[in-house]
Design a protein around this ligand. Structure first.
Ligand code: N01
Length: 546
């Protein structure tokens, strides 16, 4: 790591934290305003999530024709996605292509972790420090550090004693891992676990899956891209993107539901679920009826349909029952998409272990011990998730000369206005953070919408000879109440999910994403801007300080 402590501080208009999909688009968009920008990326390459999550089977669960940038029609016409859903290597290739095509790399500093960001109110300037001691000064700061970028290995007793190799899904070795002939344990059955388990099972001598909570998963029905489908989609791309922006998930192509599930006869309903099951795709399934995420009785019908599919697939009835989720309504945790997940439990070399009834007691030198049994393992895989949504920002020491610290401000749960800014922390923007619908949508659509809004705000400031923007505490509080009220009108709070911070012991239990829908959110952001940035204080720092 270079020692930068003796070099002169770099002076920027905008410092960007993160070189993933959000950071790269921010470079492109803000450069277009003539601003001097630079992104700081901890990894040795661009790509963020898609740089780090290289576990076997890693793939996006949103279709590739949707999960891609829309800002350049030439780009979306030129790029060829080989499959219905992009694999991790393919998406990373795409991101690298974008970085080259738009000449973004010259403003990305790799292998650089931002450790602190301090705002000096008098100078109206952020000072960021890197892990090598470099200092960066910038008027504005854009936090594009990701929502699922702080991998979490639970604090199991004895983990240091394990003589085998262990891995986390979000920190996978670049050279890959060959599990052939090995006794492997996977802990965790979220989206990452569900994707890797079928692949690891094909290699391992024996695979033990340690499941604490069963998760709903639907078949992805992946396959090669159909040329006719691609041709049609590309011919209609701009209109399709516009239509997607009018939906809650920012994903187009699905007929808007018109009926409530409870209003429909059982036979008709099951026919509809079966059609969605055959079609593949999680959003499609949850979009079958209008009320699946707000009415428990309706949701029960969709949940039971999938439980019955699991029972029909998994041959051992006891294993099937353990795999059939009963503690949360379908869709209230991230609904997984898989290829042969449930089928994998019919393999003779795969054993499901219920660590809800018999929790993991410790990791031993030779494996893992629950309260009742020792499991001998050569390798352990943690598919145990992330300190989601707030983890990346809480790792950075963010504070102001007024004595405000972001960690304190967020002690009881994250507070933001529109998920975009935090009161008391001027000129610091967050991309797809808590209070934004980002993680509940096609993420790239949210990234583009947020960054465009930020760019417009900076343009507005510049044109009006202003240089400071921050939300009022009232606007922030009102937004947080609104985010909670919307969540409380849905079934989401019924699940112990990372949306609630429930996977991190001691983390405040607050529902973090905005689940009112991308369409409503975008409209609100546009209205706020059109009304002269309602809820924000815009000023000139020399006037404020006088
Ligand atoms: O993490 P998770 P993930 N003992 O938090 C278990 C996105 N993503 O990496 O539910 C035993 O969902 C935990 O159990 P429980 C997507 O948004 C997308 O899988 O807390 N088990 C759970 O089963 C996703 O939602 C894609 O009881 C423990 C698992 O570990 C998000 O990333 C692919 C435990 C963690 O599941 C995170 O997914 C992958 C313990 N102490 C990820 N601690 C696609 O696009 C945790 N667990 C397809």
């Amino acid at each position: 790591m270079p020692d930068a402590s003796h070099t002169a501080p770099r002076q920027l208009d905008v410092a960007i934290v993160g070189g993933g999909l959000a950071g790269l688009y921010a470079i492109h968009r803000l450069r277009g305003l003539g601003l001097k920008v630079r992104a700081y990326e901890a990894g040795s390459g661009v790509g963020g999530t898609w740089f780090w999550n290289r576990y076997p089977g890693a793939r996006c669960d949103v279709e590739s024709l949707e999960y891609s940038y829309s800002f350049s029609n030439e780009l979306q016409q030129d790029w060829k996605w080989p499959e219905r859903y992009g694999t991790q290597p393919e998406i990373l290739r795409y991101i690298n292509h974008v970085a080259d095509r738009f000449d973004l790399r010259r403003d990305v500093q790799l292998n650089t972790r931002i450790v602190s960001a301090h705002f000096d109110g008098k100078a109206n300037e952020w000072t960021l420090r890197t892990d090598s001691g470099e200092e960066i000064h910038a008027r504005y700061c854009v936090m594009a550090a990701g929502n699922l970028s702080t991998p979490r290995v639970p604090d199991f007793k004895g983990i240091r004693n394990f003589k085998g190799k262990w891995y986390h899904s979000g920190l996978w070795p670049h050279e890959g891992v060959d599990f052939t002939g090995r006794r492997v344990g996977v802990i965790g059955t979220g989206s990452s676990g569900v994707q890797m388990i079928p692949i690891i099972a094909q290699q391992a001598k024996h695979l033990h899956v340690f499941q604490r909570t069963a998760n709903f998963s639907l078949p992805a029905r992946n396959g090669p891209m159909e040329p006719e489908r691609e041709r049609r989609h590309k011919a209609e791309y701009p209109a399709r993107r516009a239509a997607a922006a009018e939906t809650p998930f920012a994903i187009g192509g699905y007929a808007k539901p018109t009926k409530k599930a409870i209003e429909v006869a059982t036979e008709e309903r099951n026919k509809a679920y079966e059609a969605k099951w055959q079609e593949g795709g999680s959003i499609s399934y949850l979009y079958a009826y209008t009320d699946l995420l707000v009415n428990k009785e309706s949701n029960d019908t969709a949940s039971e349909f999938v439980r019955n599919k699991i029972r029909a697939t998994v041959k051992d009835p006891k294993t099937a029952e353990l795999l059939a989720p009963k503690d949360h309504p379908i869709g209230t945790k991230r609904l997984c998409l898989d290829t042969n997940y449930y089928e994998t439990y019919n393999r003779p070399n795969v054993t499901l272990v219920d660590v809800r009834s018999d929790p993991i007691a410790e990791i031993t030198e030779t494996g893992l011990r629950t309260g009742k049994q020792q499991y001998e393992l050569d390798a352990l895989v943690f598919a145990t998730g992330f300190d989601a949504m707030t983890g990346a920002l809480r790792e950075i020491d963010v504070r102001t000369s007024d004595g405000a610290m972001l960690r304190d401000h967020w002690e009881g749960g994250p507070l933001t206005y529109l998920g975009l800014m935090v009161s008391g922390f001027p000129n610091m923007f967050v991309v797809t953070g808590p209070g934004s619908p980002g993680v509940k949508t096609q993420m790239i659509a949210s990234i583009e919408q947020h960054v465009d809004w930020i760019a417009d705000a900076l343009d507005h400031l510049g044109k009006h000879q202003l240089d400071r923007i921050e939300p009022t505490p009232k606007a922030e509080m009102d937004w947080v109440h609104h985010v909670n009220a919307v969540a409380d009108s849905t079934l989401y709070p019924l699940a112990n999910s990372w949306y609630m911070g429930a996977n991190i012991p001691g983390k405040p239990r607050v529902f973090m994403p905005y689940v009112g829908g991308f369409d409503r959110y975008k409209k609100r952001c546009d209205e706020v801007a059109a009304r002269g940035y309602e809820g924000f204080t815009l000023s000139r720092h020399d006037v404020v300080a006088a």
